[in-house]
Design a protein around this ligand. Structure first.
Ligand code: MLT
Ligand code: MN
Ligand code: ZN
Length: 298
């Protein structure tokens, strides 16, 4: 068995380019001067034939068409066995509606994330005769797909944007935002596309990992404010930034991880420009910036 990760979408919600965004990156992507990136999703397999998709992005139809490993192998036979959700955000659940075509798979998520789907009747489009919704408790070990076990753990985050009330706690630790520990034949991989802060428990957990895929939403906390696009900081969105004292690059400096990969980049993030100084800086720190179609073998 070979532990494989296939990046289906490297961008955060909105994608690159985002439909209504005229920022530098979005314009460059529209002009074909930098690669476009679709929304946050990654597929994992241990045997190469059966795959799990982590987060179902609104771009899943196109992503599956582009990923050979996910093409049907017979009339109505898909290599997709399961989908696992790490939060209830639109960029991670909207693709479930595309997966409604009477195809059997297992939908894994915490009770709280399942509740978000249950509260939205449109998700009844996933016929229960085909799609079984399985609730996973934090730290419970389960088989995600043949040869691959997984465990969910809480990471600091917030409820989905569309469920925000007046007061928003952006570093909640609970079932609404989780990271995933994937294991196959002694290899340990972590997938953490959203994380508001590095905490000692998280540091201890990922120490010694073979690979960590981590929240790469913003380069700098006030990047969208500086660009005149939004009043929102990364912290307000529940994402830690790459740069700065509290950033992920600094946080990972003293954690031993064999392969560090940034995922879930917002379209404003300068690392999405292959020749930017920021891209060179993250690569010099040993990080890979994910891109659509990147396949990683562990
Ligand atoms: C996020 O990761 O912060 C969300 O996906 C934002 C959104 O829902 O657009
Ligand atoms: Mn997101
Ligand atoms: Zn943009």
């Amino acid at each position: 068995m070979t532990f494989r990760a296939h990046i289906l979408g490297a961008a955060a919600g909105g994608g690159l380019p985002q439909w209504n965004c005229g920022c530098e990156n979005c314009n460059l992507a529209r002009a074909g001067e930098i690669p476009a990136q679709s929304q946050s999703s990654v597929a994992f397999s241990a045997n190469g034939d059966e795959w799990a998709i982590l987060n179902a992005s609104p771009d899943i139809r196109q992503q599956m068409a582009q990923a050979k490993v996910l093409h049907p192998t017979d009339l109505r036979k898909s290599p997709l066995r399961s989908v696992l959700l790490t939060n209830g955000d639109i960029d991670h659940v909207a693709g479930l509606l595309t997966l409604r075509e009477q195809q059997a798979f297992t939908l894994f998520a915490t009770t709280e994330i399942h509740q978000v789907l249950a509260d939205n009747p449109i998700f009844a489009a996933l016929n229960p005769n085909y799609v079984s919704r399985v609730q996973i408790a934090l730290d419970e070990e389960f088989e995600l797909v043949e040869g691959l076990t997984a465990q969910l753990f809480a990471v600091p985050g917030k409820v989905p944007l569309y469920l925000e009330g007046e007061e928003v706690q952006t570093d909640l630790l609970g079932e609404q935002t989780v990271g995933v520990h994937l294991r196959s034949e002694g290899k340990n991989v972590y997938y953490i596309p959203g994380c508001a802060a590095m905490r000692p428990e998280l540091r201890d957990r990922i120490e010694g990992a073979d690979m960590v895929m981590f929240d790469g939403t913003l380069w700098q906390d006030d990047e969208m404010v500086q660009a005149g696009l939004s009043q929102k900081t990364g912290q307000r969105m529940g994402h830690m930034s790459m740069s700065g004292e509290d950033g992920s690059i600094a946080a990972f400096k003293d954690i031993s991880v064999a392969r560090k990969v940034f995922v879930h980049m917002n379209n404003t993030n300068p690392v999405l420009r292959p020749r930017s100084d920021q891209r060179k800086a993250v690569e010099a720190e040993g990080w890979t910036v994910a891109y659509d179609g990147l396949e990683l073998t562990i």
